[in-house]
Design a protein around this ligand. Structure first.
Ligand SMILES: Cc1cc2nc3c(=O)[nH]c(=O)nc-3n(C[C@H](O)[C@H](O)[C@H](O)COP(=O)(O)OP(=O)(O)OC[C@H]3O[C@@H](n4cnc5c(N)ncnc54)[C@H](O)[C@@H]3O)c2cc1C
Length: 454
């Protein structure tokens, strides 16, 4: 590492020029997992991780529902998530590192029509050894006595055209974790291995230069090979951070750095909201949190209702539920989001008029429940196929586009970034599972679209 500190012409701020082997921009799950695997597999390289926030996971990672599942129809989604989940289970169970992991499972409640439409995907999962259980109507009723299964005499439910429940699909290798704890694990290990971090440091722009500098004004010209020389930063440091290789893990903000230099960032952000409702004070809701029969923890799984993708999970430590709904209609895409996520507010009206009517029709115990807290964050969609990407252009590596499932695939994507850096054709995911790195990029993209969308 080579660091020069100079006075700016105005003499007001320190201008820092720093050379690194590797610079990772973004300290959400994608950035910290990438930094960790890069440092681990390239211990002699200087790796610097920067973020504009004061600490890691202050972007969308910290606002996440942080659920994980391996139950996808796409073989690529299955592998990316299943291998990451195995690594997270290894951390929690074998290394005894608390990442707040609770394998509570996912429960999809469905009508007959939805169940038969799902059947080809479920068979595909079973062929790929993804464990699922089909629950007949009677078993769902027995396990969830407070659930309304049909609505013949409920005008409001009829108006909303709510499907009746004819059965369920249960995914046991699914659950929740604590994203702050997971990120802390990667960040601490990264630092212990000698990785460096700089927070409150904003990458203003990517610096493009010629591969061979000729000392002419205006370089690089169209006839020169070019590369990303580094980033211009402001905040805790002002100046240029130069690096041999730059990794962008900027999540919803990826376009901001890439579009000005003519690289497609391939992300479109969308606001997503979470609402918490206490179980305390309602015997029936408290009993719902502690529903037996689904998992060894004696907890309700994440429940996905058969309408409008309304879903909710128990948070037993807080004795509450987190409720969400991923709406599409009239929910705009955002190309370059504001830096401050506080500007994206959760909408009480959305909960009252869109979410609660569906939730309390199926689970009437929620009818009088009050929202205790709510917040919003952004999903980063890759609208091509809604699977994440990681690609390399010369000395620039970009990871993102997880489309709302970056926590559950974070470890695998960190390993893919490292394989791209080392020029490997295959990344070895946790459990020695090879994945062709080129299939996750764009030039030779070869991923199976996800068909089983919740
Ligand atoms: C409400 C909600 C619920 C969700 N639920 C789930 C779920 O259940 N399961 C799941 O797997 N995923 C879920 N997600 C998605 C998950 O949170 C994301 O996939 C994941 O956090 C993406 O990680 P990231 O590192 O790419 O982005 P982020 O966590 O947003 O990190 C990007 C970082 O880059 C930094 N950055 C960006 N640009 C710059 C710059 N120019 N200079 C310096 N720093 C910069 C930002 O400050 C930020 O810290 C949810 C998301 C939301 C909003």
């Amino acid at each position: 590492m080579n660091t020069e500190e100079l006075r700016t012409p105005l003499g007001e701020k320190w201008l820092t020029t720093m050379d690194n082997d590797l610079l990772v921009v973004g300290a959400g799950i994608m950035g910290v997992a990438s930094a960790y695997h890069l440092k681990k597999n390239n211990p002699n390289k200087d790796v610097l991780l920067i973020d504009r926030f004061p600490s890691p996971a202050q972007g969308n990672t910290g606002r996440s529902n942080a659920m994980f599942r391996n139950t996808f129809s796409s073989r690529d989604n299955q592998i990316l998530s299943d291998a990451s989940i195995d690594f997270y289970l290894h951390l929690q169970n074998e290394l005894e590192i608390d990442i707040g992991l609770q394998p509570i499972g996912y429960l999809w409640l469905m009508s007959d029509g939805q169940l038969s439409a799902s059947e080809p995907f479920l068979k595909q999962m079973e062929r790929n050894r993804i464990e699922i259980r089909r629950l007949p109507r009677e078993e769902v009723k027995r396990l969830l006595p407070g659930l309304e299964m049909s609505f013949e005499s409920n005008d409001e439910a009829m108006l909303m055209d709510l499907p009746r429940i004819d059965g369920g699909v249960f995914g046991p290798k699914c659950g929740r974790l604590d994203p702050d704890k997971l990120v802390r694990f990667y960040a601490q290990e990264f630092s212990q291995m000698g990785g460096r971090v700089a927070f409150n440091t904003n990458a203003e722009k990517l610096l493009v230069g010629p591969s061979k500098r000729l000392g002419l004004d205006g370089e690089p010209f169209v006839w020169q090979d070019s590369r990303i020389e580094g980033v211009q930063v402001s905040g805790s440091m002002t100046g240029e951070l130069r690096a041999e290789t730059i990794v962008l893990a900027c999540g919803a903000w990826g376009n901001e750095l890439l579009e000005p230099i003519g690289i497609d960032g391939h992300v479109k952000a969308k606001k997503r909201q979470l609402f918490t409702v206490p179980a305390k004070g309602s015997d029936r809701l408290e009993a719902l949190v502690r529903t037996e029969g689904f998992n060894p923890l004696g907890l309700l799984p994440l429940v996905i209702l058969p309408k409008a993708r309304v879903h909710f999970k128990p948070v037993s430590t807080e004795n509450e539920f987190w409720i969400a709904c991923e709406d599409e209609v009239n929910r705009p895409y955002i190309d370059i989001p504001a830096h401050d996520l506080e500007g994206y507010k959760a909408e009480m009206d959305f909960y009252d008029t869109s979410v609660r009517p569906v939730l309390s029709a199926y689970f009437p115990d929620f009818r009088n429940a009050r929202v205790k807290a709510m917040w919003a964050g952004l999903y980063s969609y890759n609208t091509l196929d809604f699977l994440p990407f990681a690609f390399r252009e010369n000395n620039l590596i970009v990871v993102g586009g997880d489309s709302g499932s970056g926590i559950m695939k974070g470890d695998s994507l960190g390993r893919i970034v490292d394989a791209l850096y080392r020029g490997e054709d295959d990344a070895l995911l946790y459990g020695d599972r090879p994945v062709r790195t080129s299939k996750i990029g764009f030039e030779k993209r070869d991923v199976e679209r996800e068909e089983w969308v919740i």
